[in-house]
Write a protein that binds this ligand. Structure first.
Ligand code: GDP
Ligand code: MG
Length: 684
C-alpha cells in the first residue's frame, strides 16, 4: 500500500493554463517553463496547446498552455480544444489566468471552470496595471469567496509565479476540490436537481462528468456537450426530461433558457467583483492613455490611412536599414566563392564537385542568405507592432471595412499573421466559428505576401527600382491584401452565400514593448528562415544544380540541360506576361517548394556568370516584366508547406486543389494584365 502511494506521488503532475485571450497565459507559461513561445497581443495566436515542464519540490510538473477562450461552450475550435482538454484529459490542476484589469469579463470563464469542478488555482494577472489604474482587488477575500487559492501575479516580470507553482502543487494533492455552485434561483434549481438525479442514476455518466455541471450543460442545451453524450445509453430519457424542464421554465420566467442561465452567472460575477474590488478613482474617471491614442488610431477616417502608413513605414525601415548589409553580404559571398574555388582547384578537386560547392551551394543558398538582415528587420518591425497592441487596432479598423464588404472581421487576424508566414496564418483561421467564413479565409490567406517572397522583391527592386524600392515592395504587399479581400468577396458571393456573424474585437491596452521581448519574437520568426535555408532551400538548390548538369556533358545551366528543358517547356505560358525565358519559368516551378527558391534557382543559374546575379537579371528582364514577375511570385500557388497546411485544416483535397488552381490562374492573369497594360502605357 505504502509503496504504491509513494510511486503515485512521484508521478508527474499535469497543470493546464486556461484563461481569456490576452490574459497573459503564454507569458506565464514561458516564465514557468523557460520556453520562448510566442506572446501575441490578440486572440488566435495560441491556437494549439503547447507543453513545457518544470521541476519543483522534486516533482515534475507538466504545464500545458491552452488556447485563450472566453467561455467553454464549444462555439469555436479553440474553445473546443481547451474544453475537451480539461474535460477529458483531466489535468491535476487548472491554473486560471485572469486579466485582473478586466475582472468581470474574465470571470465568466472562471465560473465555468468552477462548475466543472476543476482543481483550480487563480492567478490575478496584470496586477501591475491594476495598480496603475488605482484599483485594488482583495485577493484574500476573493479566494475565500470562491474557495480556491488566488495569487496576484505580474507575468511579464515573473512575479508571483513561484507562489502559483506552490499552490498548484498543494491543490494537486486535493482530490475533492470544493465546487462552487452558482445559485440559479428556486425554479431552475428544482429542474437541475431532477436532471442531476437522472444523471446520478447513470453509472457511466457519473464516472466521466461532474453531475451538477452536466445537469447545467444539458439544461442549457450546450450542443458540444450533447454531442459528446450521444454514445451514452439513457440519453433519450435525459433529453425528454430536459425538453419538459425548458418548456416549464421558459413559460414560467418568460425568457429563453440560455439567457436565464447567463443572467444568473453574470449576476454572480457582478456581485463577486463588487465584493472584492475597490476603485480609488471614482469621481473623475480620467480618459486613459490608451483611449486617447485610440481616438486617433481607430478613427473612422484616419484609421485606414494610418494603417497604410504604418505598413509603408515598415518597408521603408526594412530597406533603409537593411540596404548596406545586402552589399556587404553579397561582396562576402563573391569573395568567399572566389577564394573557395581557387583553393579547391589548387587542392586538385574534380571540376564537378567544385561547381557543386561554388555554383550550387554558395551561389544558390548564398543568394538567399543575402536577405537575412532584411527579413530580420521586417520581423523586428512586425513584432514591435504586435507587442505594442497596434496590430489589434489594425484588425479592429479592418473589421469595419471587412464587415461592410460582407466578410468576417476576424478573418483579418490570419491575414495579418500571413505577412510573416502563411502556415501559422492558415492555422489561425481556427478562431473563426463559422465553417464558411473559415474556409473563405483559408483560401485567401496565401495571397498575403509572406517574408519568403521578400528576397525576390528585394532582388528585383534592387535591380530595377533602386530609387523606390520601399514603395515598389509596399505596392506588392498592398496588392496581395487588396486581392485577398476582393477574392474573399467573390467567394462569399458565388461559393458560400450566407450571413456573416458579428464579433467584438478585443482591444488590449497599449503597452510599451520591451526590447528584449521584441528581439525574442524577431528571433523566433527569423530563425526559422535560417533553418529553412539549411534544409529545404539547400536541398532544392542542390537538386536544381544537379539538373543544370544533366544530361552528362551538357554545358552548365544551359538550355540543353534538364533544367533548361523543364523551363523551356513551361516558358511559353509566361510570354504574355513579359518574362518568357526558361530561366524565369524554372525558377517559378521550383519556387513552389519554397518561395525563397525562386531566388536560389536564379542564383544557381546566373550566379556562375562573371557579372553576378543582379547584373544578369538586369539583362534578362525589363522594369515592366520584372514587376510582372514579382506579381506572379506573390500570387501563384502557395508553397508546399502551405498547401500541406490547407489540406490538413480543410481536410479536403478538393479545396486544396482549388486553392492551388485559383491562385495560379489569378497570378498569371495579374502578371499578364500588368505587363500588357504597362505596354499600352508605353512602359515596356
Ligand atoms: P495569452 O494570449 O493569454 O497567452 O497572453 P500573452 O501571454 O500573449 O500576453 C498578452 C500581453 O500581455 C503581452 O503583451 C504580454 O507581454 C502582456 N502581459 C502579460 N502579463 C502581464 C502582466 O502581468 N502585466 C503587464 N503589464 N503585461 C502583461
Ligand atoms: Mg497565448
Amino acid at each position: 500500500m505504502e509503496a504504491a502511494q509513494a510511486i503515485k506521488n512521484e508521478k508527474q503532475i499535469v497543470v493546464a493554463l486556461a484563461g481569456n485571450p490576452n490574459s497573459g497565459k503564454t507569458t506565464i507559461f514561458n516564465s514557468l517553463t523557460g520556453a520562448h513561445q510566442h506572446v501575441g497581443n490578440w486572440p488566435g495566436v495560441t491556437v494549439e496547446k503547447k507543453e513545457g515542464q518544470l521541476v519543483s519540490e522534486g516533482k515534475v510538473i507538466r504545464v500545458v498552455d491552452l488556447p485563450g477562450t472566453y467561455s467553454l461552450g464549444a462555439y469555436s475550435e479553440d474553445e473546443a480544444v481547451a474544453r475537451d482538454y480539461i474535460l477529458f484529459e483531466k489535468p491535476d490542476v487548472v491554473i486560471n489566468i485572469i486579466d485582473a484589469t478586466n475582472l468581470e469579463r474574465n470571470l465568466y470563464l472562471t465560473t465555468q471552470l468552477l462548475e466543472m469542478g476543476s482543481n483550480l488555482v487563480i492567478a490575478l494577472n496584470m496586477s501591475d496595471e491594476l495598480k496603475a489604474k488605482q484599483i485594488d482587488i482583495n485577493a484574500a477575500r476573493f479566494s475565500e469567496l470562491l474557495g480556491v487559492p488566488a495569487i496576484r501575479t505580474v507575468g511579464t516580470r515573473g512575479q508571483g509565479t513561484k507562489e502559483l507553482v506552490a499552490q498548484a502543487l498543494q491543490a494537486a494533492g486535493n482530490k475533492n476540490p470544493r465546487v462552487v455552485q452558482i445559485n440559479y434561483g428556486k425554479e431552475v434549481e428544482t429542474e437541475l436537481a431532477a436532471l442531476e438525479q437522472d444523471i446520478l442514476s447513470n453509472r457511466q455518466l457519473v464516472e466521466n462528468f461532474a453531475p451538477r455541471w452536466l445537469a447545467v450543460k444539458v439544461l442549457e442545451g450546450d450542443q458540444g456537450v450533447l454531442k459528446r453524450l450521444a454514445k451514452y445509453p439513457g440519453l433519450e430519457r435525459l433529453l425528454a426530461r430536459r425538453a419538459e424542464a425548458v418548456k416549464r421554465l421558459e413559460g414560467l420566467l418568460g425568457e429563453d433558457i440560455e439567457s436565464l442561465l447567463a443572467d444568473k452567472r453574470y449576476g454572480f460575477i457582478g456581485g463577486l467583483a463588487k465584493e472584492v474590488m475597490t476603485r480609488r478613482q471614482t469621481t473623475e474617471e480620467r480618459l486613459s492613455r490608451s483611449d486617447k491614442i485610440d481616438r486617433i488610431v481607430t478613427n473612422r477616417y484616419l484609421g485606414i490611412p494610418i494603417f497604410l502608413f504604418a505598413m509603408w513605414a515598415i518597408f521603408q525601415f526594412t530597406f533603409t536599414v537593411g540596404d548596406p548589409f545586402i552589399g556587404w553580404i553579397e561582396t562576402f559571398f563573391e569573395w568567399f566563392g572566389g577564394v573557395t574555388g581557387a583553393w579547391l582547384e589548387s587542392a586538385g578537386m574534380p571540376g564537378l564537385l567544385m561547381s557543386l560547392i561554388v555554383d550550387g551551394i554558395i551561389g544558390g543558398v548564398g543568394s538567399v542568405l543575402v536577405f537575412i538582415p532584411n527579413i530580420f528587420l521586417l520581423f523586428f518591425a512586425i513584432s514591435l507592432l504586435e507587442d505594442s497592441g497596434y496590430m489589434a487596432r489594425a484588425a479592429f479598423i479592418m473589421d469595419r471595412l471587412m464587415h461592410a464588404l460582407g466578410l468576417h472581421g476576424k478573418s483579418f487576424i490570419p491575414l495579418l499573421i500571413g505577412f510573416g508566414c502563411n502556415v501559422p496564418a492558415v492555422m489561425a483561421t481556427r478562431t473563426l466559428e463559422n465553417k464558411r467564413d473559415r474556409l473563405i479565409t483559408i483560401l485567401i490567406t496565401p495571397l498575403m505576401s509572406c517574408t519568403a517572397r521578400l528576397p525576390v522583391y528585394i532582388l528585383f527592386a534592387g535591380a530595377f527600382f533602386t530609387a523606390n524600392q520601399g514603395l515598389v515592395i509596399f505596392s506588392l504587399y498592398l496588392l496581395g491584401l487588396a486581392l485577398a479581400i476582393l477574392m474573399g468577396m467573390l467567394f462569399k458571393r458565388f461559393l458560400f452565400k450566407g450571413e456573416t456573424s458579428h464579433f467584438v474585437m478585443e482591444l488590449p491596452p497599449y503597452r510599451v514593448p520591451t526590447l528584449k521581448s521584441t528581439f525574442i519574437h524577431m528571433w523566433e520568426k527569423g530563425s526559422s528562415f535560417i533553418r529553412k535555408a539549411g534544409t529545404i532551400i539547400f536541398a532544392v538548390v542542390v537538386l536544381v544544380w544537379a539538373l543544370s548538369n544533366l544530361p552528362v556533358g551538357v554545358e552548365y545551366a544551359s538550355q540543353d540541360s534538364i533544367l533548361g528543358w523543364i523551363g523551356s517547356f513551361v516558358a511559353p505560358i509566361f510570354k504574355p506576361a513579359g518574362f518568357g525565358t526558361w530561366e524565369a519559368a524554372v525558377a517559378l516551378v521550383f519556387g513552389i517548394l519554397a518561395k525563397e527558391v525562386v531566388v536560389g534557382t536564379l542564383g544557381v543559374i546566373y550566379g556562375a556568370e562573371e557579372a553576378g546575379l543582379t547584373a544578369a537579371i538586369a539583362q534578362a528582364w525589363t522594369p515592366l516584366s520584372a514587376y510582372a514577375f514579382m506579381v506572379m511570385t506573390l500570387l501563384y500557388i502557395p508553397c508546399a508547406a502551405v498547401i500541406g497546411t490547407i489540406k490538413r485544416e480543410t481536410n479536403s483535397w478538393t479545396w486544396t486543389a482549388f486553392a492551388v488552381a485559383y491562385t495560379l490562374v489569378l497570378g498569371w492573369l495579374m502578371a499578364v494584365l500588368v505587363y500588357q497594360f504597362g505596354r499600352l502605357l508605353g512602359l515596356g
